[in-house]
Design a protein around this ligand. Structure first.
Ligand code: AMP
Length: 449
């Protein structure tokens, strides 16, 4: 009889990791699935984050930050022990105080904890509308648009049960994609509530237990049938997609309250001209959602979740479940990297609000000092200027000015120093004119208008 192969214990794996020494002479590379963001890419980040923040603030959301490290139990209880995020992807470790900690894999649980811990239910301004921008960590299989450290923009509304809240957060996401010129579509469904869902789940299990259907399921879905049957509906395996075609749809099993709520959400969206697709198979991967669930898909995505741009829903029971007062809530998370990928793919032009339109050039030590002071004065007066004071050669400075596509270059040389003048060069025509230094701001204002 063959021996069962030994699997390594956690301790053995830890020992191995400790003993694995990097080659002393070699650079230590970054970890798999974790990226650097270099200056060239930051232009995209600025665009996305600035747009998102100004949009979200316009609707009255306030920024909140939560810690990267939280107690593991926070995610086990909220996200759910059976979810992929918690059971497979979360980075956890026991710290030196013997505390089980996790790198946050999701933003909502921390925001819920913060809402409860700071007694936000008694804030004068209700509902409480928060937004959050930060890093999340999931040990997923890295691929394009899927990293182990990534960024999300999240927003949450605490304390509003009405359909208007669901519709408004969907509208904000929809508007954000529009403003960034990303073609996105809203996929929406309702997954009911603890009153109506159990009956539906029973029907779903009955359907999937039929032998011909069950035989089509992938090994993961066979497990889901026992642990998390709703998730059978959003499996991306082709055979599971085929198997679900005749599955009962939750929309036909909603209680009256859930149906009313869903109809109202859709009516608001119609009124606001938000284009959406009813997707009976959209369930989202987490335990805490009820009623409305939605995702933002890029126009070219077929199966959705794999490359969804964002998603969210209502979670009316989570705050109470996490130890707070009963508080209806809803929210979404949108991935920054995926938005940036879309902007790059489509070559959407970037407009940099800080793009300089003046370059200050200098020739020689004395004029360099004056030019440095002049540059400071330009900054104080609110002009957008650029320079490279480590270069003394005029040709090299003009080349840089050209690269930066500035409108004017202001040149201070020995002669200008002596005469109290400055040369203004129009970069497009190449024309240069001498001006009294005292009148330079007047002339700039005229030419930059
Ligand atoms: P989720 O929190 O899983 O609902 O994801 C919400 C959004 O976050 C997704 O639609 C993606 O835009 C983004 N996202 C999720 N996981 C990753 C990942 N591993 N890498 C990059 N972006 C991700």
């Amino acid at each position: 009889m063959g021996r069962k192969p030994k699997t390594k214990t956690e301790r053995q794996k830890n020992e191995e990791a400790k003993n694995k020494k990097p080659n002393e002479n070699k650079m230590i590379p970054r970890l798999r699935g974790i990226r650097d963001i270099l200056p060239d890419e930051y232009r995209y980040w600025d665009l996305v984050l600035n747009k998102a923040e100004s949009m979200i603030k316009y609707y009255g959301f306030l920024r909140t930050e939560t810690p990267v490290l939280e107690n593991v139990a926070l995610y086990e209880r909220s996200t759910g022990k059976q979810t992929d995020i918690v059971s497979k992807e979360m980075y956890t470790f026991i710290d030196r105080d013997n505390e089980r900690v996790a790198l946050r894999p999701e933003a909502t649980p921390g925001l819920v904890r913060s809402y409860i811990e700071h007694g936000m239910f008694s804030l004068p301004m209700q509902p409480v509308k928060l937004y959050w921008i930060g890093n999340l960590f999931r040990r997923e299989k890295p691929q394009a648009g899927r990293y182990r450290q990534f960024s999300q923009i999240d927003l949450e509304i605490f304390g509003e049960a009405g359909a208007v809240a669901d519709a408004q957060i969907i509208l904000i996401g929809y508007n954000l994609f529009k403003e960034l010129q990303i073609d996105a579509q809203v996929q929406i469904n309702s997954i009911g509530c603890p009153n109506c869902r159990p009956e539906y789940v029973k029907k779903l299990i009955e359907y999937y237990k039929q032998r011909p259907v069950r035989n089509k399921l992938c090994p993961d879905c066979k497990k889901r049938l026992i642990k998390n049957p709703l998730r059978l509906l959003d499996c991306k395996e082709e055979s599971c997609v085929n198997a679900r075609a005749a599955a009962p749809q939750i929309i036909d099993h909603l209680c009256e309250e859930c149906r009313d709520h869903f109809v109202k959400v859709l009516e608001y969206l119609d009124e606001l001209n938000v284009v959406y697709t009813l997707n009976p198979f959209l369930v989202r991967g987490l335990d805490y959602y009820n009623r409305t669930v939605f995702e933002f898909w890029s126009e070219d995505s077929e199966q959705g979740r794999q490359d969804a741009l964002g998603g969210g829903g209502r979670y009316d029971y989570l705050v109470e479940y996490m130890g707070g007062r009963p508080t209806p809530a809803c929210g979404w998370g949108i991935g920054a990297e995926r938005m940036i990928l879309k902007i790059k793919e489509k070559n959407i032009p970037l407009v940099d609000a800080n793009q300089p339109n003046i370059f200050v050039a200098q020739l020689g030590e004395a004029s360099k000092r004056k030019a440095m002071n002049f540059f400071e004065e330009l900054r104080r007066r609110g002009y957008k200027a650029a320079q490279n004071f480590v270069k003394d050669n005029l040709k090299a400075q003009l080349e840089l000015a050209n690269k930066l596509a500035v409108k004017l270059t202001l040149i201070l040389g020995q002669k200008e120093m002596m005469d109290g003048t400055i040369l203004i060069r129009d970069m497009e025509s190449g024309m240069q004119e001498v001006f009294d230094f005292k009148k330079v701001y007047e002339e700039l204002d005229k030419r930059l208008k």
